[in-house]
Design a protein around this ligand. Structure first.
Ligand SMILES: [Mg+2]
Length: 425
């Protein structure tokens, strides 16, 4: 059967050219769509063998975001078609592990070669997964034996009762040993003060680099870690690593760069964050208040009273608390009024293209002025263009982070980034 291909391209003439070309070379074109949203829907419905994705789509979702969804949820290989993509977009694209790039305009021969390589690679990946699954069965058998001898271990017994698909089971097993194998990394995205233009902090982002599969999205492994119980140890590692990073910054001469740590709902509700911060900070030898904590609003709503108490105890330690992804959860004004936050982070979906989106302009303006009345600092996330930045500066946003300034950096890159700006201090 001819390989089925979905074309995502918002220039109709270009799209039809590509389709004609593909058919001539014996491929079947399942559909042509012109937006990221339509790409996700159509890919889910038609399950093609491959997607050709224009990287710079107009609309709310660009080609990179759509690819992220298609690659993670549907596991369909994607080839990017690029022309004028800027460096920031290409950096983001790289993180989605695409199966190839085609620079427009491309020759029919290049189209064919790139597609054939991608299809072949995908086939190999699938075969590898099947081998994984087989190996997992053996490993599980061994674990069961071990458990019957030594009694239950928390993570593994949880895992067995989850009834996951083979692929997930495999991932869950690997997750349990990822800490030991040192497969986790913290990346750091610098944050900038919009008045001074200087670096004023960084958000730490947890990355899992699986030894065979490469980077796996936190959207996948965090829920899995919560279900299998390994989140406790992972959370501890994140705290410890963030404090170590702060110590390293102290040694470089930076004493005012807090590192923000994202906490999952489970961690916030289940764990003694207060004690954990004190213990980790003491072990490393830095003050506990040198980190900040980011919480998503929807994670707290269930038990407001309990949340207030917990947040206050952290505040007593001097730890600043940010409400993350503001506007995407159950925002209610009384809610932020009652909870002791210090920082409000505006989600990137409101920031993207804000210079052209009147609705988002109104929302962001109102959010900033409300936050200031409540004495909260405002950080805008996902700033990618000068025009977005100008809007935020004009409307008194305090800080921002995003690809316009820097993508998330590895520890080495982050320290180099800071030392290159040593005079900025
Ligand atoms: Mg965050």
């Amino acid at each position: 059967m001819a390989p089925q291909i979905l074309i995502v391209e918002d220039e109709l003439i270009a799209a039809e050219n590509i389709a004609r070309n593909l058919r001539k070379q014996g491929y079947e074109v399942v559909a042509i769509v012109d937006s990221g949203e339509a790409a996700i829907l159509t890919a889910a419905k038609t399950n093609p063998d491959l997607v050709l994705m224009d990287i710079m789509l107009h609309g709310e979702i660009d080609g990179v975001v759509a690819t992220e969804k298609i690659a993670t949820h549907l596991q369909i290989p994607v080839i990017y078609m690029t022309a004028y993509a800027d460096d920031a977009t290409l950096e983001r694209a790289k993180e989605t592990n695409p199966y190839g790039y085609l620079t427009k305009p491309f020759k029919p021969q290049d189209l064919r070669t790139t597609i054939e390589i991608a299809l072949q690679r995908h086939k190999t990946d699938k075969a590898l997964e099947a081998r994984y699954a087989a190996r997992l069965c053996i490993a599980q058998e061994q674990l069961r034996e071990l458990q019957s001898k030594e009694g239950e271990t928390h993570g593994l017994s949880q895992l067995r009762s989850l009834d996951l698909s083979p692929d997930w089971e495999l991932l869950a097993t690997d997750l349990l040993s990822a800490l030991e194998r040192q497969e986790f990394q913290l990346h750091y995205q610098p944050q900038f003060n919009l008045k001074t233009g200087k670096v004023c902090g960084a958000e730490s982002l947890l990355r899992w680099k699986h030894r065979e599969r490469g980077f796996i999205s936190p959207a996948i492994f965090i829920p899995l870690a919560e279900q299998t119980g390994s989140i406790q140890a992972i959370g501890e590692w994140v705290f410890q690593t963030a404090y170590q990073q702060i110590k390293s910054l102290y040694q470089m001469g930076y004493d005012r760069i807090p590192i923000a740590v994202n906490l999952s709902a489970y961690q916030f509700n289940q764990q003694d964050i207060y004690q954990q911060s004190i213990d980790c900070a003491r072990r490393v030898g830095v003050p506990p208040q040198s980190i900040e904590i980011e919480l998503t609003e929807s994670k707290l709503v269930k038990d407001v009273e309990g949340a207030i108490w917990k947040l206050k105890s952290l505040k007593d330690l001097g730890i600043k608390i940010a409400i993350d992804d503001f506007g995407t959860g159950y925002s209610s004004l009384s809610y932020i009024q009652n909870l002791p936050f210090d920082i409000l982070k505006i989600d990137q979906c409101f920031v993207r293209g804000i210079d052209r989106n009147i609705k988002n302009q109104a929302i962001v303006k109102a959010t900033i002025s409300m936050a200031h009345q409540l004495n909260l600092n405002v950080i805008a996330e996902g700033v990618e263009t000068e025009a977005e930045l100008d809007f935020l500066i004009q409307n008194n946003c305090n800080q921002c982070q995003g690809y316009l300034f820097s993508r998330p950096l590895t520890q080495v890159e982050f320290e180099k980034f800071l030392s290159d700006r040593m005079n900025d201090r």
